[in-house]
Design a protein around this ligand. Structure first.
Ligand SMILES: NC(=O)c1ccc[n+]([C@@H]2O[C@H](COP(=O)([O-])OP(=O)(O)OC[C@H]3O[C@@H](n4cnc5c(N)ncnc54)[C@H](O)[C@@H]3O)[C@@H](O)[C@H]2O)c1
Length: 397
């Protein structure tokens, strides 16, 4: 009878498994998971992806000229990513706060001509060398800037939500359609490497037909009340990310939604918003999704995605700043999860900006259609209605 121990003892060096020298296996190419290293190889000309070195990019688009509007929480990571990119040139930075402009000028050694106050923004729209406009102002200013940017023939990237309501969102996409320029909504979670790999696994059928999708999105740090007052409410400001992510993973839009919402934080209750939400969505195929949202998780920025089917489950958990485990007599512990959205979606924000540049350079089609963004906005409105009425809402698009 076959005995693994006797076989192992007879072949302790397992020399029968010896393989040829790795040098004989030809030139090594970066592994598909090594996307960060690829970025460095690009600069060294040792690897080509869709970028400014791509041969089919017209000469005047090899470097993408952009204007950035606002330098708040979102604008600050966009500015850093723009300045770190070899394929993007910052032509203008528009901000109402003088201190922020001066700090950015000093930190990135920007020429004076780059800095503009909002009342000088026409210079952006009149400058033919500007290819794209990146909008990270408070939400209520989005619509006006988007329409000005598109009407001036610029490609526009705008932080979510595109506008405060569906009517405004539709208006923006109608202008984009009319002028034939891309309007990209900043649904950054699609560009997160873990979430997009998870989606690939779902599309490959790893779990079989999708039965359940779960997402968790608990904010950290707690946003300021000043921000929340003009955020558009938790459904349009927060839930839209989960709705977009779930619809992107399932490839469907829900027919029925139900939401329940509470304000545990008195200051949030005082502005008629919610800090805690649970919602479910039912899709035409029968798939059900469940999401919970919170404006404040004490232990860090909690972002999870799980997809379950008859063949198994794929799940993406939280990431940590240090990869270590401390073991003592009390047990084992790990460092806290990443604390904030700029840390957690560090790669995703870079990837979404690169996608915007790819679109401007004509290398790929825009991944985020107007139809998708409008449907996500319709779903957020239905969720809001459900929370207000206590009823399940049927959605007809
Ligand atoms: N995708 C994401 O992960 C994400 C994260 C945070 C915020 N956001 C979105 O980004 C937008 C901004 O949010 P935030 O948290 O950065 O807000 P914030 O309050 O931190 O910053 C807003 C900035 O806009 C500036 N500003 C005000 N009026 C201006 C004008 N007319 N022109 C130029 N700048 C002006 C302010 O001085 C401030 O610096 C919101 O729409 C929000 O929904 C998206």
């Amino acid at each position: 009878m076959y005995n693994v121990h006797s076989v192992l003892q007879a072949n302790m060096s397992t020399s029968e498994f010896a393989s040829a020298s790795p040098y004989s296996q030809g030139k090594q190419i970066p592994h598909i998971t090594d996307f960060k290293y690829k970025e460095y190889l690009l600069s060294a000309g040792l690897h080509t992806l869709s970028n400014k070195y791509a041969v089919n990019v017209p000469e005047d688009l090899k470097v993408v000229n952009v204007a950035l509007f606002a330098l708040g929480r979102a604008g600050s990571f966009h500015l850093t990513n723009i300045m770190k990119s070899s394929r993007i040139c910052l032509k203008y930075l528009v901000e109402s706060d003088t201190d922020k402009l001066l700090r950015a000028k000093a930190e990135w050694r920007l020429p004076e001509s780059v800095l503009l106050f909002p009342d000088e923004a026409d210079r952006v729209f009149q400058d033919p060398s500007v290819h794209g406009v990146i909008i990270a102002t408070p939400t209520f200013m989005h619509k006006d800037l988007i329409i000005r940017g598109l009407s001036a023939g610029k490609a526009v990237f705008c932080e979510k939500p595109i506008a405060e309501d569906i009517k405004g969102t539709r208006q923006c996409y109608e202008v984009a359609e009319k002028v034939g320029k891309p309007l990209m909504c900043g649904f950054n979670r699609r560009f997160d490497p873990s979430f997009s790999h998870l989606r690939d696994q779902v599309l490959l059928g790893v779990v079989g037909q999708v039965q359940l999708v779960k997402t968790v999105a608990r904010d950290s740090p707690l946003p300021s009340i000043e921000y929340l007052k003009i955020s558009g409410g938790i459904f349009h400001d927060c839930a839209v990310h989960d709705v977009d992510l779930i619809c992107w993973v399932t490839g469907e839009y829900p027919t029925h939604v139900f939401a329940s919402a509470t304000a545990f934080i008195p200051e949030v209750a005082a502005i008629n918003d919610h800090d805690t939400v649970a919602f479910t969505m039912k899709f035409p195929s029968g798939t059900i999704s469940m999401t919970d949202l919170s404006r404040y998780a004490a232990y860090g920025y909690d972002q999870r995605l799980e997809v379950f089917g008859p063949k198994g489950m794929v799940a993406s958990g939280n990431e940590r700043p240090y990869q270590m485990t401390t073991s003592t007599v009390q047990g084992e512990s790990q460092p806290p999860i990443l604390h904030s959205f700029p840390s957690r979606y560090y790669d995703g924000y870079i990837n979404e900006l690169n996608h915007f540049c790819d679109v401007i350079q004509g290398l790929v089609d825009l991944q985020l259609s107007g139809e998708n963004t409008l449907k996500v906005s319709t779903i957020a409105t239905a969720l809001e209605e459900s929370a207000a009425t206590g009823q399940m809402i049927e959605i007809k698009y």
